[in-house]
Design a protein around this ligand. Structure first.
Ligand code: ZN
Length: 315
């Protein structure tokens, strides 16, 4: 009898603790959250869905950051927004750590919620191929607020453009570099507008295969990326890279500012002082044209490894 009583007391005490903790947390958080209208509550708290094409951000194109309607946490950047024609704002990426994925109650879809407050945002879909990242966050406008660019702290990203033979291989290695946010395979350096792969291969467009890298300067530098560029392809080969032969496979750095130019020239001088006969050209960047979707993330999608690129330490 005594044992049972003690157990009962313990259970009661733990229940009280849980109840109290739960209550306190709820009360604390509630203080911080923005007041919602009943429709906002319907979507954000009760996981409702606004009607397609009805939200204020469906065709919204301004530069800035989309934040959580309930707790103001930054969720998405306008750079990652794209037109999906699905009737809701669509993003192919989220701000790191801002969005949590949970299995939807329907057992099929993946629900997305604000990682900070748990507010319902919408659903995420993979593999549809709308953009190179092939990810679509389908978000209710009503779950979001928008903060224009000039009012947000300057979001620092920088770009770099390198050509080192078949872009599949350069993209593959660059994407694995810490601090790199995205790598797009494409064409640049030529004269024609919107070149196709066939035109570039035929050599008539003057464009060459290249990658455009977007990176976070707080986590990596142009010099680190440029060094890696010289180490994942063979910069001594002239108008070819391994089995890929032709001017469109030449080694070239397309600089976007004088600092990048100076770094590229410095690294080439370092390699030449080590005895390498460097073929890499250093050229001012012109328009970069993203390649057709089937060229993006080629090795990732194939699950195979580059045939003409590999890492060789040269610095
Ligand atoms: Zn939130």
């Amino acid at each position: 009898m005594k044992t049972i009583n003690i157990t009962k007391v313990l259970i009661f005490m733990s229940a009280m603790t849980l109840y109290q903790t739960g209550c306190t947390q709820k009360a604390d958080h509630k203080m911080e959250y923005n007041k919602l209208t009943s429709f906002e509550e319907y979507v954000i708290l009760n996981k409702g869905t606004e009607r397609p094409y009805s939200g204020e951000f469906v065709n919204h194109k301004a530069d800035g950051t989309y934040t959580c309607k309930r707790c103001d946490a930054p969720l998405y950047k306008s750079n990652d927004k794209f037109d999906s024609n699905c009737g809701w704002p669509s993003f192919d990426d989220e701000i790191d750590g801002a969005v949590k994925r949970v299995p939807d109650a329907d057992g099929r879809r993946t629900e997305i919620v604000c990682a900070n407050c748990g507010g319902h945002l919408g659903h995420v879909f993979e593999g549809e191929g709308f953009t190179p990242k092939s990810t679509r966050h389908c978000v209710n406008s009503v779950s979001l607020n928008f903060v224009p660019q000039d009012k947000t702290a300057k979001t620092e990203t920088a770009k770099a453009i390198f050509a080192g033979g078949c872009f599949w291989g350069v993209e593959y290695f660059m994407e694995k570099q810490p601090g790199v946010k995205s790598v797009v395979s494409g064409y640049t350096g030529g004269k024609t507008k919107d070149p196709t792969y066939e035109e570039v291969c035929s050599g008539t467009s003057g464009h060459i295969e290249a990658v455009e890298i977007e990176y976070d300067p707080a986590k990596t530098t142009y010099e680190e990326l440029a060094k890696l560029f010289f180490e994942i392809h063979d910069p001594t080969q002239v108008n070819r890279q391994g089995p890929d032969i032709g001017e469109q496979y030449r080694s070239e750095v397309f600089y976007l500012n004088e600092e990048q130019k100076a770094i590229a020239e410095k690294l080439i001088a370092q390699l030449e002082s080590k005895g390498y006969k460097i073929a890499t050209k250093v050229t001012e960047a012109t328009t970069f044209y993203p390649a057709e979707n089937y060229h993006q993330d080629y090795y990732e999608r194939k699950g195979s490894l580059p045939y003409c690129h590999g890492y060789t330490k040269r610095f």
